[in-house]
Design a protein around this ligand. Structure first.
Ligand code: IP8
Length: 255
């Protein structure tokens, strides 16, 4: 059935979907345009609430690697931090502009300006700005970024962490992750339809817990199982289906 007007949907566009990973700071125009066409076609500005989050791809990750910055390894070098942040803002600008060209009321929200981690790495991402924009009928577009990290300078905040945090704080009804793969794949490369506990997929994804939150499907599935909302992982061709309330790809629902 179609998305209810008061539903809040969080949609993440994977960095490797919308950029060309092999070439620094290159948008994959065809892929990005087709995903944004799908958002514009399926999203109704009339009361439906949508938050878009995107990853870094060949923008943030190239600069983060160059300066040795990750979700756990920080830098106190302001120029390095700004190189990563500026690259992400350039990608974010492209996404926001192209959504506006498609009559979607998109506006940027930059995590560096609002979020931080404590000494233990626990994230605080106040949703005030995002929620205020939603209430005014805008579509907030957030991005992976660098943020203050107590004792570390800045560290990387991944798009997946933003999705999990905002889904909880805003009480999202549904979460969608648009990835380069059509879902979570089993040993025969068949899309797994539903995952309701990690033991369902432990043999396929491996049991070891990844320490890098932005690395690996196993860590992603674990995080999504803990969410209060159902999540879907699907490929670029399934954005319309997801926004129309269908369950493409893999449904991850631990509740
Ligand atoms: O691509 C990280 O976001 P991700 C973005 O969602 C940066 O892991 C700054 C490298």
């Amino acid at each position: 059935e179609p998305t209810e007007p008061d539903e809040l949907v969080v949609l993440k566009l994977g960095g490797s979907v919308i950029t060309n990973k092999d070439s620094p700071e290159t948008v994959d125009d065809e892929a990005l345009n087709s995903v944004l066409d799908a958002v514009a076609a399926a999203f109704r500005n009339d009361g439906a609430r949508l938050v878009v989050v995107h990853g870094g791809g060949s923008f943030g990750h190239v600069h983060a690697a160059e300066h040795g910055v990750s979700t756990t390894e920080g830098t106190a070098d302001a120029a390095a931090a700004n190189a990563i942040h500026s690259a992400m803002k350039r990608l974010n600008g492209v996404v926001v502009d192209r959504l506006q060209q498609r009559e979607v009321a998109a506006l940027p929200v930059h995590p560096l300006s609002v979020a931080a981690r404590d000494e233990g790495g626990t994230l605080s991402l106040p949703a005030t700005a995002t929620e205020g924009l939603l209430d005014e009928g805008f579509v907030p577009v957030l991005h992976g970024d660098v943020i203050a990290h107590a004792g570390e300078g800045v560290t990387v905040l991944s798009g997946d962490e933003i999705v999990t945090s905002l889904a909880e704080s805003l009480g999202a009804s549904r979460v969608g992750l648009c990835s380069t793969v059509p879902g979570v794949l089993d040993a025969d490369d068949t899309v797994i339809e539903t995952i309701s506990s990690f033991s369902d997929v432990e043999s396929v994804l491996g049991g070891s817990e990844s320490t890098d939150v932005s690395g690996g499907m196993a860590a992603k599935v674990r995080e999504l199982l803990d969410l209060g909302a159902p999540a879907q992982i699907f490929g670029p061709n399934a954005v319309v289906a997801f926004l129309q309330g269908e369950n493409p790809g893999t449904l991850i629902d631990g509740q």
